[in-house]
Ligand binder design. Structure first.
Ligand code: GTP
Length: 409
């Protein structure tokens, strides 16, 4: 009889412990969801990037988008009874992440997209330079062609002066030689020695943080998505931060980019403090030990001081967690000199370390790369050459010059 009573007591204790554990999980999930209603949410964690021992952000983070409950990193502790079996995870048969191609060599693949610049700049110059004897009118035409392509006055003068000293060579050059010479001169004004390395590596045991700034409409959110693909394609682990909280659609857009390659996105509610979203994104990245956190910021700001305050605050709070290793300014190449004026507002607000020029496929003014770099004194690191997911390429001066001159493909 005693044995029976002891056996019943053991079974009861085991049952209470098991039920308690399951209810605990349920409570945690409920609390997360409640908190998420007023705070920050994490969307679609990539299985390998899910934080193994992460603490939840106090704002209340949750995972959504996969239709499954979020991972509960703190549900299993070393003290938990090992014999209690939790329900098995449900497999997601349709869940297939894309594997983007590595970024190396992308510009070679995409340089034909510079066709509009090529026909007005490259072909224009080759036609004039191929003339037997170059007159003053011809040199003026060379100058006008370069200026019309937004190369800028200083670089135009440099190119024309150098070409003039090679007039004898030009007179006898074959079309192939002429082309090579022009590529060389254009490459020289594109800053071939500038350091264009993207600061995305972990530093001091923490993720690299890339802040992406720029006016709305320049292609900023799209670029953040494309950068995530570049990084994933190059074998990096990534977390995205949707700190452009002015427009809910921007966060949705970013989430979609993240979902496609299995990258986790941290977002806030519309109108939430962008700095707090950036903070949560970086904290998530630190806990998950990812390589890089990429943060999209808002560019729809009315005053320069507002912009300075906001970007300054984002940088300050982010750096409580991890150093900002790269600040990229996204500029729309089709806006020409206006883009440079806008850029100055951002460079005054935050220390920009690299430029991303988007929409170079849509302009005949590919020379804008030269003037942007010269006028801002910041290297162009990435260029956008289309709306496709992998149409963002690391900038390589010589390959770009070849694209402008044409005839290499
Ligand atoms: N042709 C072309 N279109 C691009 C390129 N980059 C971005 N776009 C397009 O530009 C448009 C604006 O891009 P977004 O990323 O929404 O711009 P944004 O700066 O984030 O603006 P908000 O979303 O309002 O913050 C989209 O239709 C993009 O597809 C590019 O390199 N080439």
């Amino acid at each position: 009889m005693e044995f029976v009573l002891i056996a019943i007591a053991i079974v009861l204790v085991a049952l209470v412990a098991g039920v308690g554990l399951l209810v605990g999980r349920g409570r945690r999930t409920t609390r997360l969801d409640d908190d998420a209603a007023s705070g920050t949410t994490l969307t679609r964690p990539r299985p390998p990037a899910a934080p193994p021992t992460a603490e939840r952000p106090p704002a209340g983070a949750t995972a959504s988008g996969l239709g499954v409950a979020p991972a509960e990193p703190d549900a299993v502790t070393p003290d938990a009874p090992p014999e209690v079996e939790l329900p098995p995870a449900v497999a997601e048969p349709d869940l297939v992440f894309e594997t983007p191609p590595p970024s190396a060599g992308r510009l070679v693949r995409l340089r034909s997209r510079l066709a509009r610049s090529q026909s007005s700049l490259g072909r224009g110059l080759l036609t004039v330079l191929a003339r037997e004897r170059l007159t003053e009118d011809d040199w003026e035409e060379v100058e006008e062609t370069l200026l019309a392509a937004d190369v800028g006055v200083a670089a135009t003068t440099q190119i024309v002066d150098r070409l003039r000293t090679q007039a004898m060579v030009l007179a006898t050059a074959s079309p192939a030689d002429l082309r090579a010479l022009l590529v060389r001169e254009l490459t020289a004004v594109l800053g071939p020695d500038l350091d264009r390395t993207l600061g995305t590596d972990r530093r001091e045991g923490r993720p690299g943080v890339v802040l992406v700034v720029g006016v709305n409409g320049a292609g900023k959110t799209t670029t953040v998505g494309k950068i995530a693909r570049v990084l994933v394609g190059d074998g990096r682990s990534v977390v995205l931060g949707a700190a452009d909280t002015f427009r809910a659609a921007a966060a949705d857009q970013l989430e979609t980019w993240g979902e496609r390659v299995g990258v986790l996105t941290v977002r806030g509610r519309e109108g939430a403090d962008p700095a707090s979203v950036a903070f949560e994104a970086v904290r998530t990245g630190v806990e998950a030990e990812v390589d890089t956190v990429v943060v999209d910021t808002a560019g729809r700001l009315h005053t320069k001081s507002g912009l300075m305050d906001e970007l300054g605050k984002i940088k300050r709070v982010v750096e409580k967690q991890s150093p900002v290793t790269e600040t990229l300014l996204v500029l729309d190449a089709t806006t020409g000199q206006n883009g440079i004026v806008q850029a100055r507002v951002f460079t005054a607000a935050v220390e920009v370390t690299g430029i991303v020029l988007t929409k170079l496929d849509g302009t005949a003014r590919g020379g804008i790369v030269v003037s942007v770099q010269r006028e801002l004194g910041i290297p162009v690191k990435l260029i956008g050459l289309g709306e496709g997911a992998d149409d963002l390429a690391p900038f390589e001066p010589e390959v770009f010059a070849e694209g402008l001159v044409g005839g290499a493909d």
